[in-house]
Design a protein around this ligand. Structure first.
Ligand SMILES: NC(=O)c1ccc[n+]([C@@H]2O[C@H](COP(=O)([O-])OP(=O)(O)OC[C@H]3O[C@@H](n4cnc5c(N)ncnc54)[C@H](O)[C@@H]3O)[C@@H](O)[C@H]2O)c1
Length: 344
């Protein structure tokens, strides 16, 4: 089915589960596209979505939806283990692809996607939602402008009770968020990494992971990931020599706090309160106003814009590949008892 230059892009969403229903909603709202179809193999979920979006044609499987020829751009929110097959199916039918995280479960699979979509001249975008979050964009601006001074370290905690996945461990499920944020804000990839984890619920699948990434210049990031914590925590702390940032994604009133704290070191022996003050100074705290826009909606609009203009997505296939390389390295480290491994 051909499309005129001004016709809306025909989008199909596959997997209408916990996350896919949100994608269906935002693509329904975004200008320049229309949700032509969706695919969901669970009849109850499919019927519920069909009742809400009667103009979109409902299919039982992703393959049946693609075979219909109704879809030019595929949005995939099926479980992680299905992403590789979904990408191959999209490529075989000449579709553009928005692929939810985790982008791929191996570097080889991510590389094959990048090569295939590049050759086909089709848009490939990783669903790294946080890179479209105004709070994360603000952190990037602070880092890239040098206002934080020399970045010393970052800590990130992503904890909650559930959702426990069955096909991937907590590293592959949650760390794509932290790693994509780090790569986007720093504009750099880590040189080395190490990770350890603990298994409690399912054989061979870590429920809790602690990891350290080392970036060029000595900056380190520490990640703590868990889906069996009593706390819902999504916070990051960015510590620079001139400013420090706290990013709390579950505090809508103050997602970002900027601390005008600074390090005037080198630290001297702590012989008096005066020498302590000379090394570390605390300053004012500000809470910047951020655009009140839903990141997922911005991400969907970005994808549609990129397909229509041919612009490269912010989280393109190469970004997805870079994040996958870090995750694969950390997985290797866990299998080697937490050894430091090269990530490039
Ligand atoms: N970006 C984010 O912040 C974010 C948040 C949550 C989940 N996700 C990602 O979204 C994806 C889905 O996660 P979820 O929590 O919605 O899982 P889910 O299990 O709730 O939903 C997946 C759905 O896909 C359906 N499905 C599986 N194979 C299919 C096929 N071949 N054709 C049609 N439907 C099929 C299942 O029936 C199920 O309803 C995962 O990759 C997850 O990592 C991303």
């Amino acid at each position: 089915m051909s499309r005129g230059k001004d016709d809306p892009l025909r989008v199909g969403v596959a997997g209408i589960g916990y996350w896919g229903i949100n994608l269906l909603r935002v693509f329904h709202e975004v200008a320049g596209c229309r949700v032509a179809a969706f695919a969901e193999c669970d009849a109850r979920k499919r019927e519920a979505a069909a009742a809400r979006y009667p103009a979109a044609r409902a299919f039982e499987s992703l393959d049946a939806m693609l075979d219909s020829g109704l879809v030019e751009a595929l949005v995939v929110a099926t479980p992680a283990e299905h992403h590789e097959a979904a990408a191959r199916a999209a490529l075989a039918r000449g579709c553009h692809l928005f692929l939810e995280k985790p982008f791929a479960l191996s570097v080889a699979s991510a590389q094959a996607m990048v090569d295939g979509f590049e050759r086909a001249g089709k848009t490939l975008m990783a669903g790294h939602t946080f890179c479209y979050n105004p709070a994360v964009e603000r952190i990037r601006e602070e880092v890239q402008s040098g206002r934080l001074g020399r970045l010393l370290y970052v800590t990130s905690r992503r904890l909650s009770l559930g959702q426990v996945r069955t096909g991937v461990n907590v590293l592959w499920n949650l760390a794509p968020h932290d790693v994509s944020i780090l790569l986007y804000c720093l504009g750099a990839v880590p040189e080395r990494g190490a990770a350890t984890g603990s298994v409690f619920l399912q054989p061979g699948l870590e429920d809790v992971v602690w990891s350290t990434l080392s970036f060029p210049g000595g900056m380190r990031a520490h990640l703590e990931l868990s889906w069996i914590s009593p706390l819902k925590v999504r916070d990051m702390v960015w510590v620079g020599t001139r400013r420090m940032i706290q990013y709390d994604d579950v505090d809508p009133a103050a997602r970002i706090r900027i601390y005008e704290n600074r390090l005037d070191g080198p630290a001297q022996a702590y012989d008096s309160y005066g020498t302590h003050l000379a090394a570390v100074r605390s300053g004012d705290v500000s809470v910047p106003t951020l655009p009140n826009e839903e990141p997922l909606r911005r991400e969907a609009a970005h994808f549609v814009g990129c397909v229509r203009t041919g612009e490269r997505p912010r989280t393109d296939g190469l970004h997805g590949l870079a994040v996958t390389r870090v995750l694969e390295g950390l997985e290797r480290s866990m299998r080697q008892g937490g050894a430091s491994v090269g990530l490039r």
